[in-house]
Design a protein around this ligand. Structure first.
Ligand code: SER
Length: 888
């Protein structure tokens, strides 16, 4: 049975049974506890916790998931993947155990002709949480499963949570017995390879406040309702129903694997080591496609780092398998061919995904090249250091890996080719130290979060926040809650840094790239609160971060929120400008110039979009020109609410990675551009005044960032530049438009003058030299001494000393000593001719005695030695030391 059919049957079965089919959410949801969506239930988490009201009592979905914790296991086992799809059915306070268990059983064992998966019931086993008699009883009594195939297990195996504070509950897992050739008898308890877990039914009933491990967590209380969350791995199911041994060989993954095999010329199935590499490539390439499509870009932290790591693993494995040419593009094509029938967003993002992947591959190839040079140097050092087997130290291997991104496998492989041993243990120790540091960091970060429970308690009392700020900037409300340092309090006083929650607010909470509002909250009792940031840490709730600047504020008091209007207007202008710039780039560069990120702050904006190369100046000028021309048309900027469907029909742009409900808000600038957007905007494009680009640059492989000023900020910038140009023109006495030519000419003249100056200086020095040089005889050795004027470069000194040595007849032993000073620094050079060296007066040895006299050190070869010191007053003493050394 094809994967697409398994998916279809799953959704159809639950739809028949009263579930609403919900499309897969983006892999990126703004949940601070998660890097990526890694389970089917994640998008529904607010419903389980009671933070939002579910629009349906029952739902079913096939959710795309990314899990990167076990990344090193991918390809080696039969069932680990960084990308997978989870089929699930969910009940939000509707049915519970007695509904979920028969549903799963009926779908699994129902005949294929009737829309089921047709499993032989005698090969299915289940586990339940050891204290869950109710579930065990349902399996036995209602389903008819014999007691001996119902196993009871502890918290570690049969209690599910997200691993962080949130919902959780006991679970019951269904296993398929693959047969005695796969392992021992005795059910899942004995062997989880033979008995393959296919479905997990979670009886979501608890709210966890602290999670220390799978078995060690604190339950804060019961969830508002009893819920169901189930997860059936689509890939595992496909492996069983397609009769293949592992999830990499199922229909969808196999397409990518075969492409990798064709590109490398390595046949799958010929050798286990190569097979593992092909599986890693297939799995990872697909994960890259999905992550980039959902808006992740390669970078050195967070989500971007995960993407970068897996993409590099693809490139490296391709290389090890012998494919030296760029191949990311082809692997992305294969992944999108294979997956886009189920995930049309991949097709829409195809060009962008390809260009980001190709740029990252090119950058990594350069890293590999640079790493190879560093590697060669390290190997040369290692060889020079020992006569025995050279060893590459743990430190240099780690540095290669950490600083240059050079993969350890490759180091090992190349070291073997060079006959060099690698200190693996040292390398692993350093890696572990780094990992421990990272873990400690992550832990510290999670601990810093205020528990959502605190906000939810407030929300229970006052409901979700009503945002009035689209229409007004002053709103009457009351103080619904005060939080200080993560704890809800009754009151706060002057000087306190607080989080204030109100039932209604005109303050915009940061989202969609638009910064939160600033302003004041005036409280009836006389207190004044200065708002410096607004965030929405749980859906539907706005939290004002603020300082109490006057009086005392108590929960329940009525209050008036006043937004800083000037700042808000400047932000709104920036936001409207962002929409216009976005549209103009798309008009000129095409569909690929789709926004990947933005920031709208007062009078200023940042806009990121994919482009493999720098945007030419001419395009920047055209975009700027197009936007500014449209400002003159004074297009009306309007916002309307409509269904997703209607918005699509109107051609409104939706940005990936954003969450949109059934009803969306569409912001239009005239008929020219329409975008789904929750932000605030100006009323007419004319209000923007002027839009001026400041810069264009790269912020990572394949992504460009432009920055622009809007309104009076743009005007002031232009005025300043204008003034500057006039000042410059005045200074050089030309008209502004003649400046480039004039400055060019001035620079050319300056270069000529510098050259001339250098020539004059050198000539003067030569003319003066006769007076500066003293020649005498020390014990039969001709000694020439010279002290050059302060500031003469040491480089000149060297030339002069060598010239002087050349003046001494070869037959005579001759030594030259020269000094030059620059502030406190003294440079000294000693040169000896062949006869002097033969007579035992080598320059290097002489200088070793002299340098300490001027407070420094020096040394060199027998014919020439160079040094420096810090005591110019000791130059005469140094000269005497030379005489003494020669006479000895
Ligand atoms: N949340 C559970 C899991 O991920 C069931 O969907 O296994």
């Amino acid at each position: 049975m094809e994967s697409a059919e398994i998916r279809r049957r799953f959704l159809a079965y639950f739809e028949r049974n009263g579930h609403t089919v919900v499309p897969s959410a983006s892999l990126l949801l703004d949940d601070p506890t998660l890097l990526f969506v890694d389970a089917g239930m994640v998008p529904f988490k607010p419903y389980f916790l009671g933070e939002a009201v579910p629009p349906y009592p029952r739902a079913t979905s096939v959710q795309k998931c990314v899990r990167t914790l076990d990344i090193d296991e991918v390809g080696k086992t039969t069932r680990h993947a960084s990308f997978f799809q989870m089929c699930g059915n969910f009940s939000f306070g509707d049915y519970f155990k007695s509904g979920a268990i028969p549903f799963a059983w009926e779908l699994l064992t129902g005949s294929q002709a009737d829309g089921g998966f047709g499993f032989d019931p005698s090969r299915l086993w289940v586990t339940v949480y050891e204290k869950d008699d109710e579930a065990a009883d349902l399996w036995h009594r209602v389903v008819g499963l014999p007691q001996e195939r119902i196993q009871r297990r502890g918290l570690a195996d049969n209690y599910w949570s997200m691993g962080v504070p949130g919902p959780g509950g006991p679970c019951s897992e269904i296993y398929f017995d693959r047969g005695s050739e796969y392992g021992r008898d005795g059910g899942p308890e004995a062997d989880e390879d033979r008995y393959l877990e296919v479905w997990n039914l979670v009886f979501m009933q608890d709210e966890l406040s602290v999670v220390r491990s799978k078995e060690d967590f604190d339950i804060a209380g019961s969830l508002p309702k009893k819920n169901i969350d189930t997860g059936m791995g689509l890939e595992r199911m496909a492996a069983l129903l397609q009769g293949v041994d592992n999830i990499y060989e199922i229909d969808t993954t196999r397409i990518i694997l075969d492409r990798a095999s064709a590109l490398t010329g390595v046949r799958y199935g010929a050798d286990e080591r190569s097979d593992v590499r092909l599986r890693v490539i297939a799995d990872h390439a697909r994960t890259c496609a999905f992550l980039i499509a959902d808006g992740v870009l390669p970078s050195n932290e967070g989500r971007g780092y995960v993407l970068r790591r897996i993409m590099r693993r693809v490139v490296r494995n391709m290389r090890i398998l012998g494919c030296m040419d760029p191949s990311m593009g082809e692997l992305i094509d294969a992944s999108i061919d294979s997956m886009s029938p189920q995930y049309p967003e991949l097709r829409d993002a195809h060009t962008r995904v390809r260009s980001v992947s190709e740029a990252e591959e090119a950058a990594f190839t350069a890293t590999l090249r640079q790493g190879t040079q560093i590697f060669d140097l390290a190997v040369a050092d290692a060889k020079a250091a020992t006569a025995g087997t050279p060893t590459l130290s743990g430190a240099s291997t780690f540095q290669l890996h950490d600083t240059y991104g050079f993969p350890f496998d490759l180091t090992l492989e190349m070291a073997a080719e060079h006959g060099v041993h690698v200190d693996e243990e040292g390398f692993r120790r350093l890696m572990k130290e780094q990992r421990d540091r990272a873990k400690a960091d992550a832990k510290a970060r999670k601990a810093g979060l205020t528990s959502p429970t605190v906000y939810r308690d407030v929300m229970e009392r006052i409901g979700t926040t009503v945002f009035t700020g689209y229409d007004e900037v002053v709103t009457e409300s009351s103080i619904g809650g005060i939080v200080i340092d993560g704890t809800a309090v009754r009151s706060a006083t002057v000087g306190d840094t607080v989080e204030i929650i109100m039932a209604r607010t005109p303050f915009y909470a940061e989202s969609g790239g638009q910064l939160g509002d600033h302003g004041f909250i005036d409280v009836a009792g006389g207190a004044r609160i200065d708002v410096f940031d607004v965030q929405s840490p749980v859906p539907g709730m706005f939290v004002h971060r603020a300082t109490v600047v006057d009086g005392e504020v108590v929960v329940g008091e009525s209050a008036i929120g006043r937004v800083d209007l000037e700042r808000r207007n400047a932000i709104s202008r920036a936001h409207t400008a962002t929409h216009m710039i976005h549209k103009a780039f798309r008009e000129i560069l095409g569909e690929t110039a789709t926004q990947m990120g933005s920031e709208n702050s007062p009078g200023r904006l940042r806009f990121d979009f994919p482009s493999p190369n720098a945007v030419p100046d001419s395009v920047m000028r055209d975009v700027e020109d197009r936007v500014n021309t449209l400002l003159l048309d004074n297009l009306p900027v309007t916002a309307e609410y409509m269904s997703q469907e209607a918005a699509r029909k109107l051609g409104a742009m939706a940005l990936f990675g954003e969450k949109y409900g059934d009803t969306v808000r569409v912001v239009s600038v005239g008929d020219w551009t329409r975008e789904l957007c929750g932000g605030t905007h100006t009323r007419n494009s004319g209000n923007l005044g002027v839009v001026k680009f400041l810069s264009e640059g790269s912020i990572g492989a394949g992504v460009r960032r432009v920055e622009a000023l809007v309104g009076s900020d743009a005007y002031r910038f232009l005025a300043r530049e204008h003034l500057l140009v006039h000042q410059l023109a005045d200074m050089v006495k030309v008209r502004p438009d003649e400046l480039p030519e004039r400055i060019d000419a001035m620079l050319a003249r300056m270069r000529d003058v510098e050259r001339e100056l250098e020539r004059v200086r050198a000539a003067a020095l030569r003319a003066q030299l006769a007076e500066l040089v003293r020649t005498d005889d020390v014990d039969g050795v001709v000694v020439k001494r010279v002290i050059l004027p302060e500031g003469t470069p040491a480089q000149d000194l060297r030339g002069i000393v060598l010239d002087l040595r050349g003046q001494i007849p070869e037959a005579h032993a001759g030594v030259v000593i020269g000094f030059t000073t620059d502030a406190d620094k003294v440079s000294v050079i000693v040169a000896s001719n062949a006869a002097a060296i033969a007579a035992g007066h080598a320059a290097g040895a002489l200088l070793q005695g002299i340098a300490p006299v001027i407070g420094g050190k020096g040394g060199g070869k027998p014919d020439m030695a160079q040094g420096g010191g810090t005591d110019a007053t000791a130059i005469p003493a140094a000269m005497l030391e030379l005489d003494r050394a020669i006479s000895r």
